[in-house]
Write a protein that binds this ligand. Structure first.
Ligand code: HPA
Ligand code: ZN
Length: 327
C-alpha cells in the first residue's frame, strides 16, 4: 500500500499548531531544571500519565501548567526549534504558529521575550531547515476583551513579526462576538484573522466568527457538520477549516477517528486541512495525524491526500506567487 508513503512525503503546510502545545515532557523537565522551576509532578512518566483528557478544559489546565517552565527568550526559541525539526521531518514546507502571549505575560514574562525568541526560531527554521514560518498571536477567550486590547498594544512595537491574530482557549460561554471590537481594530491594522470556532462550541460560533469577526479561516469548525446552511456557506465562500483529528479524538470531540466528519466535510466541497493542534499532548505530529486518520477512514484515498495538501498550501497566508516554490 503506497498511501502511507504518499501521506508522509507530500509537501504540506501546517496552519493550526499552538507552539506551547509542542512542548514535550522531556523538554518541560529540561527547562524546569534550567530555570529552577518546581513542577507538581516529578517525572516525565508521571506527566505523560496525566495526559488523559475528557474535554477541552481538562486539557487546557495541564497545557497552561506545562507552559509555566518558559521564562527566557532562549526557552521560546528552543521550544519552537524542536517543533520545526519535527515538522521538517514530516515534509512541512510552511508552518503558521499560534502563540498565547497572555499565558506568559500573566506570569510576569515580558511580551518581547516571547516574540523575540519565537521570531529568531522562525528565521533559523527558514535558514537551517528550509521551513518558512509565520506567527499568529492568539487572544485567550476566557479573559476579557479589555485584556485582549492590552495585549494588542504590547504587540504593536512588534507588528512586522506578527502576521495574524487568532482566538483560542475555553470556547463554550466565550462566543466570538465577545471580541468584536478588538478584532475590528486588528482588521484595521492589517492583521490576517482566524478564530477557533465549532470545536466544542455550536455552529452559531462559526457563523459569528465569520460575520462578526470577519475571520479568513476557521480553526477546527468540525461542528459545522450539524448545520446544513453553514456547510453551504463555508463551501460557497471557500473558507478554509484547520481540522485536527487526533486533537478531536483526545478531547472527546469525536468518539473514534472512524467517526470523524473529515470525509463528509471534503465531500461537501469544504476547504479542509489536517493539522496537529498540540502535538506533544495529543499523540502525534502532522504525519501521524494524516496516517492515523487515513487508516481509520477507508473513504480517504490518494485524491483526498492531494486535496488536503493542496488546501493547506493555498489556505496559508503566503502570497500565491511565493507558494510556487513549494510544489
Ligand atoms: N482549542 C482551544 N484552545 C486551545 C487549543 C484548542 O484545541 N489548543 C491550545 N489552546
Ligand atoms: Zn487549537
Amino acid at each position: 500500500d503506497r498511501l502511507p508513503a504518499l501521506l508522509q512525503r507530500m509537501p504540506k503546510a501546517e496552519l493550526h499548531i499552538h507552539i506551547e502545545g509542542s512542548l514535550e515532557p522531556e523538554l518541560i523537565f529540561a527547562l524546569a531544571e534550567r530555570n529552577g522551576v518546581t513542577l507538581a509532578l516529578d517525572s516525565v512518566e508521571a506527566l505523560r500519565a496525566a495526559y488523559a483528557f475528557t474535554d477541552l478544559q481538562s486539557f487546557l489546565d495541564i497545557y497552561y501548567a506545562g507552559a509555566s517552565v518558559l521564562l527566557t527568550e532562549q526557552d521560546f526559541h528552543d521550544m519552537a526549534m524542536a517543533y520545526f525539526r519535527r515538522a521538517a521531518a514530516d515534509h512541512v514546507v510552511h508552518a503558521e504558529l499560534f502563540f498565547d502571549p497572555q499565558t506568559h505575560t500573566e506570569r510576569g514574562v515580558p511580551f518581547e521575550t516571547v516574540v523575540r525568541g519565537l521570531k529568531r526560531a522562525c528565521e533559523d527554521a527558514e535558514r537551517e531547515l528550509g521551513v518558512s514560518a509565520l506567527l499568529i498571536l492568539c487572544f485567550l477567550r476566557h479573559l476579557s476583551e479589555e485584556a485582549a486590547f492590552e495585549t494588542l498594544a504590547q504587540a504593536l512595537p512588534h507588528r512586522d513579526a506578527i502576521a495574524g491574530i487568532g482566538l483560542d482557549s475555553s470556547e463554550r460561554g466565550h462566543p466570538p462576538e465577545k471580541f468584536a471590537r478588538v478584532f475590528a481594530r486588528c482588521r484595521e491594522l492589517g492583521f490576517r484573522l482566524v478564530a477557533h470556532a465549532g470545536e466544542e462550541g455550536p455552529p452559531a460560533y462559526v457563523w459569528s466568527a465569520l460575520d462578526t469577526l470577519h475571520v479568513e479561516r476557521i480553526d477546527h469548525g468540525v461542528r459545522s457538520i450539524d448545520d446544513p446552511a453553514l456547510m453551504a456557506r463555508l463551501a460557497r465562500d471557500g473558507v478554509p477549516l484547520t481540522v485536527c483529528p487526533l486533537s478531536n479524538l483526545k478531547l472527546c470531540v469525536v468518539s473514534s477517528l472512524s467517526e470523524h466528519p473529515l470525509p463528509a466535510l471534503l465531500a461537501a466541497g469544504l476547504r479542509a486541512t489536517i493539522n496537529s493542534d498540540d502535538p506533544a499532548y495529543f499523540g502525534g505530529y502532522l504525519n501521524r495525524n494524516f496516517t492515523e486518520t487515513f487508516a481509520a477512514l477507508p473513504q480517504l484515498g490518494a485524491a483526498e491526500a492531494y486535496r488536503l495538501a493542496r488546501n493547506s498550501l493555498e489556505a496559508s497566508f503566503v502570497a500565491p506567487e511565493r507558494q510556487a516554490a513549494w510544489v
